[in-house]
Design a binder for this molecule. Structure first.
Ligand code: GLN
Length: 558
């Protein structure tokens, strides 16, 4: 028996009003952090109202990065925030889309499971939504489940979700569920006022759907006066202490402490009739923030990718650099560089003064040659380099072309007819034609060779990392690479697939087939990012060793 029965699991729903992009994900993660710091077991779920079954097939320009969980779910980037804040993994159950709900219901209908009944939004779609919301609570692993409803109240797409929330509150009773509504208080500079009307309207809309929010979190660029709080409380029918100010912050990592000051956690615990337990233990978090705000050093690292117009496309990488910077007491200044704009003529002026170069993950041919040019520059000029997924594959292609001597080396993703397919699709992947299902996804084991840079980074020989790709290093050419100085330092023990490559004759050059960025959290910065930033820092202050003598012993040290 689990220590807590599912009936006593409490559910907190987070809805949004007035406009999108108010930061429901960060508010949800911050509240969860505070409840966790009080000793509760908390998880967060995101419901997305779009028809895609998952965001795996979405272009990153649409909703930003696709976050991947241990169990291989392709999910909304908010799950990345949940993991970074809570330091516990999420799973497929933590992200549900309208597409997935409908797919389940329609499949069931085809199986005849509805016994000839007319299948309708209410009750069939709403029942499936409620089932998905309760799944996490039923695991017995959590005391509190926070469910974030994507979109804005009033959107046609989110109506079935709002209706499901109404039903759940009615079924579970008011002290087992709470609703937080996140709204915006626009500031009118002409009159110098924060305006409450959009908030009033969006709460009215929620009321029309049968939901009285318990807490209003108000996004604002100016502090709220008590009078304003009172006015909002009165018009929206909430307690004055449940009108929470969420003022613009300089970093998302400030928000848990801002919410602590506003007592968001206490308000919720009172509403849910749960004990306060201990005061939130935020010591480690405060330590992190202190270092984040008072860096001793600075490094400039180039992030080379093709979606750089939308920074959210590389969200987890950018956050991993923040965590790794703090570990090194250093501010990481990311220079976002478009791979399509790099060529042999301008590479020196674009990359010449960087302390480190990261080539990002990606799909398709656009910008590929710019990445190759950037990697050649990093390799030849001994600039610390980290290649992630496509970035690693580009490093393999570059090395094949310019060092091994395979002039037409390529990935078969970009050029299927190449005579040197150094990156290729494995046979078992080829048979899967259904897009979205063709990738190696989720957590896989990797064995690290002692005495390598990778071993120095991880400090152990057995690791697991998350994957999201179709193509792999082609082991047919492994010997050619090793002879020329690019060695595999991490291998999948079950399949023999190459997971990490590194250069012998370079101070810090690592390519990884997996995505380390998905595993970096505030309290557990990822060692690859930590070490890469450290090497970049050494490059910046001229102490980066040009040899590999810092790797004490091992396969090819010395
Ligand atoms: N496009 C490459 C592949 O499918 C790399 C994917 C990635 O960078 N995530 O293998």
């Amino acid at each position: 028996m689990s220590p807590i029965s599912t009936t006593s699991v409490r559910y907190i729903f987070v809805t949004g009003g007035v406009t999108s992009s108010l930061g429901k994900g960060i508010i949800s993660a911050s509240l969860a952090k505070l409840l966790q710091a009080r000793g509760y077991r908390v998880t967060i779920q995101k419901l997305d109202p779009y028809i895609n079954v998952d965001p795996g097939t979405l272009n990153p320009y649409e909703h930003g990065e696709c976050f991947v969980t241990n169990d291989g779910a392709e999910t909304d980037l908010d799950l990345g925030h949940y993991e970074r804040f809570l330091n516990i993994p999420t799973s497929q159950s933590n992200n549900v889309t309208t597409g997935r709900i409908y797919q389940t219901v329609i499949n069931r209908e085809r199986e005849g499971a509805y016994l000839g009944k007319t299948v309708q939004v209410i009750p069939h779609i709403t029942d499936e939504i409620k089932r998905r919301i309760k799944l996490l609570g039923e695991t017995g692993e959590y005391d509190i489940v926070i469910t974030e409803i994507g979109g804005t109240v009033g959107d046609i797409e989110s109506l079935p979700y709002i209706e499901s929330v109404r039903q759940m509150i009615w079924e579970m009773g008011a002290s087992n569920a709470a609703v937080i509504h996140l709204t915006l208080l626009p500031y009118l500079s002409t009159t110098g006022e924060l305006k409450t009307k959009p908030t009033q309207h969006s709460v009215k809309m929620l009321l029309e759907y049968g939901i009285q929010p318990d807490v209003l979190v108000c996004r604002t660029e100016k502090p709220m006066s008590n009078d304003l709080r009172r006015k909002i409380a009165l018009f929206c029918n909430v307690n004055i202490n449940a009108v929470i100010e969420s003022i613009d912050a300089s970093t998302i990592y400030d928000v848990p402490l801002l919410m602590l000051k506003e007592q968001l956690d206490k308000v919720l615990l009172n509403k849910l009739k749960l004990p306060m337990k201990q005061e939130p233990d935020m010591a480690a978090w405060k330590d992190f923030l202190g270092k984040l705000k008072n860096p001793v050093y600075e490094v400039r690292i180039g992030l080379i990718g093709k979606y750089i117009e939308l920074k959210d496309a590389y969200k987890s990488i950018a956050e991993a650099f923040i965590h790794a910077g703090v570990s090194n007491e250093c501010k990481v200044k990311l220079e976002w560089i478009h791979s399509e704009k790099i060529d042999a003529e301008n590479v020196k002026s674009q990359l010449g003064t960087l302390n480190g170069i990261l080539v990002a993950p990606g799909f398709g041919e656009r910008g590929f040659e710019g990445k190759i040019t950037a990697i050649r520059f990093a390799r030849e000029n001994k600039i610390p380099f980290l290649g992630i997924c496509l970035g690693m594959q580009c490093a393999v292609v570059e090395f094949a072309r310019n060092v091994v001597g395979f002039a037409d080396a390529h990935s078969t993703e970009m050029k299927p007819e190449t005579t040197h397919p150094v990156i290729d699709m494995m046979e078992e992947q080829k048979s899967i034609t259904n897009k979205g299902g063709t990738m190696r996804l989720g957590e896989y084991p990797c064995n690290i060779t002692k005495g390598t840079r990778a071993f120095q980074v991880y400090g152990k020989t057995k690791i697991t990392e998350r994957h999201r790709h179709r193509y792999e290093f082609n082991n047919r050419f492994l010997e050619d690479f090793e002879k020329a100085g690019m060695v595999p330092s991490g291998m999948n023990p079950d399949t023999g697939l190459v997971e990490i490559v590194e250069l012998k004759n370079h101070p810090w050059f690592v390519g990884v087939q997996f995505h380390p960025e998905y595993k970096s959290t505030v309290l557990n910065p990822h060692p690859l990012f930590v070490r890469f930033v450290k090497a970049s820092l050494e490059k910046a202050n001229g102490t980066l060793m040009d040899t590999r003598t810092d790797i004490a012993t091992g396969a090819y040290a010395g």
